[in-house]
Design a protein around this ligand. Structure first.
Ligand code: ZN
Length: 261
């Protein structure tokens, strides 16, 4: 593994400040986006310039409408991404967050990702705002099944997953464009945002509503805010600490200081 470049003095100071906020916090919410999974090799399909975007417009092909009218178009588009997700392993950022939780910090991860990497790393309290690829649901009889046996032949041969009960098409339990967020996940995330005294935004540019509004809910209740993201977000002006660096090197640095001083 390549060695990360040494952080600048300003970054070291920000890491120290972030670690101090973690030490003082009683309830922490970590809001994660595509940026935390890109070091694991999963592209941000919403970002212009990613391979998936240049081939086709994701807001059109990854929409509920396309899925209903022409599921094979969706499944063709989704296939490389599904392959990357299935092969991906948690990176240092996922592992560091899991380490903080198992060390006894009261925290919840609210993620916009569908890859399950937080859980694979060992995080227990995870709310998946955009669903997950772990299960599929039949579009005809609504039976929910574990995706594992179906995904392998879909990724390998392009075979569209079909229900063994009724032959209906199985839809991955991920939230497509034009689809409502799962209500219980959204209520949990909102409650956590309002009750926390520290929110960390990690690897999200906060561009996808309504999740992007959660930091404002936390700030309005007096919570502290840390933002670690490669590019600016709309809440940077209100954050206590802003680190515009790679999450996979910064979160382990913060974790090291929180746990070992
Ligand atoms: Zn069925």
């Amino acid at each position: 593994m390549s060695q990360a470049p040494r952080p600048t003095l300003a970054t070291v100071a920000a890491i120290e400040d972030a670690a101090e906020l973690f030490r003082q916090a009683n309830r922490i919410v970590v809001l994660t986006g595509a940026g935390i999974s890109s070091p694991s090799g999963i592209p941000d399909f919403r970002s212009e310039g990613s391979g998936l975007w240049s081939r086709t417009e994701p807001m059109e092909v990854a929409s509920l409408t396309t899925f209903r009218i022409s599921p094979e178009r969706f499944f063709n588009w989704f296939r490389p991404l599904a392959g990357q997700i299935c092969n991906a392993k948690p990176n240092a950022a996922h592992r560091a967050l899991a380490e903080l939780e198992s060390a006894g910090l009261k925290m919840m991860v609210v993620t916009q990702n569908i890859d399950g990497l937080h859980q694979k790393a060992g995080s227990a309290q995870v709310v998946e705002m955009h669903g997950s690829l772990q299960t599929l649901s039949c579009t005809q009889c609504f039976k929910q099944v574990a995706s594992e046996p179906y995904l392998q032949s879909y990724i390998k041969d392009g075979k569209i997953p079909q229900c063994l009960n009724c032959n209906g098409i199985l839809k991955p339990d991920v939230i497509l464009f034009g689809e409502q967020l799962p209500q219980s996940a959204w209520l949990n995330a909102q409650r956590a945002a309002r009750q926390c005294d520290l929110m960390l935004v990690a690897g999200s540019s906060l561009e996808v509503l309504p999740v992007a509004g959660l930091p404002m809910q936390a700030l309005d209740r007096g919570a502290h805010l840390i933002v670690i993201n490669n590019s600016p977000t709309y809440v940077n002006v209100r954050a206590d600490v802003v680190i515009m660096e790679d999450v996979a090197s910064m979160i382990p640095e913060i974790t090291k200081r929180v746990l070992h001083g």
